[in-house]
Write a protein that binds this ligand. Structure first.
Ligand code: GDP
Ligand code: ZN
Length: 292
């Protein structure tokens, strides 16, 4: 039977199988031999060993679409990054850091600004505008009054989505609302997953509908960008794309060089100052890291 690994803990992989049940499976030695460690998010083939106790064995990991190192998850279709408009106010450097990492991993990111009920209409329009102008889908939502929820459902439907964001922005509130719809189905799932709850926080996958999964990601605020040359960074700021190759100097970093089209666009207000400042901050950080 086929299924998806939704959690791995203490040597067991919990597999949400196509029949809707969750089986606790052990991985046989075959994976160690191939040097392939099963990841949360992997699609797998399992053999049911005990239907009553829902126990099985992982027999095969199906080919992966992609995988992330941090969090260690596989087969991610998109990332959904949540910040609050207020309380706490958004940390844009953290948001841009995350967006860069997703660009690097080739995973499309959707931005959600929650707690719209706390912000004025102007403010939410301005925040959303900055990122829409860069080419991102932005959803303004409120877990309090339910606004934006339909758009979130549409965006998640049929996909496996990494959900990220700092604490306090309303991630649990929003995911709980999304889960309500499929409570019958997930009742059993939540009970099973609660077992391992109090141990170290691992990534886990929450089924929220047919072929629709959310992955939560612990440790969001300690994100750092790794394995990147400073000169690579500009390639991950979408809005720089249309100026690339048009500056006077080939390989322009868009920082100190004269006749830089990105800086001209910045002065003309076509590129957001906020995003550009985060570009500088991340660039310096990567430069600094390389000195060690
Ligand atoms: P998490 O840490 O990201 O999972 O955030 P929670 O879902 O626990 O929410 C943190 C706090 O913000 C709680 O007190 C929620 O009631 C509150 N909260 C969540 N969403 C909203 C919202 O849309 N509007 C308002 N006003 N408060 C919210
Ligand atoms: Zn330039």
């Amino acid at each position: 039977m086929k299924g998806k690994i939704i959690k791995g803990i203490a040597g067991f992989y919990y597999v949400h199988a196509e029949n809707g049940s969750i089986y606790a499976c052990r991985a046989k030695g075959i994976f160690r031999k191939d040097n392939q460690k099963p990841l949360v998010g992997d699609n797998a083939e399992i053999t049911v060993l005990d239907e009553k106790d829902k126990e099985g064995s992982l027999t095969e990991i199906l080919p992966r679409k992609n995988s992330l190192i941090r969090p260690a998850v596989a087969n991610v279709d998109q990332a959904f990054v949540i910040f609050a408009m207020e309380d706490p106010a958004p940390n844009f450097l953290l948001l841009d850091r995350f967006l860069v990492m997703m660009e690097q991993a080739g995973i499309p990111a959707v931005i959600c600004f929650n707690k719209q009920d706390l912000a004025g209409g102007d403010e939410s329009g301005r925040l959303a505008g900055v990122y829409r102008d860069c080419g991102y889908q932005v959803i303004c939502a409120s877990a309090r009054d339910g606004s934006g929820l339909e758009e979130i459902r549409d965006t998640l439907k049929g996909k496996t989505t990494v959900v990220a964001g700092p604490s306090g922005v309303g991630k649990s509130s929003l995911t709980n609302l999304l889960q309500d719809q499929v409570q019958m189905e997930t009742g059993e799932i939540s009970r099973k997953l609660k077992r391992g709850r109090h141990t170290t926080r691992h990534s886990q996958v929450i089924p929220v509908g047919e072929n629709t999964y959310l992955m939560d990601t612990p440790g969001f605020s300690s994100l750092y960008i790794s394995d990147m040359e400073p000169d690579e960074l500009k390639g991950y700021f979408r809005e720089f794309g249309k100026y690339e190759g048009k500056c006077r100097f080939p390989g322009c970093s868009h920082i100190h060089e004269p006749d830089c089209e990105v800086k001209k666009a910045l002065e003309a207000g076509e590129i957001s100052r906020l995003r550009y400042d985060d570009y500088l901050a991340l660039y310096d950080e990567l430069k600094e890291k390389r000195r060690y």
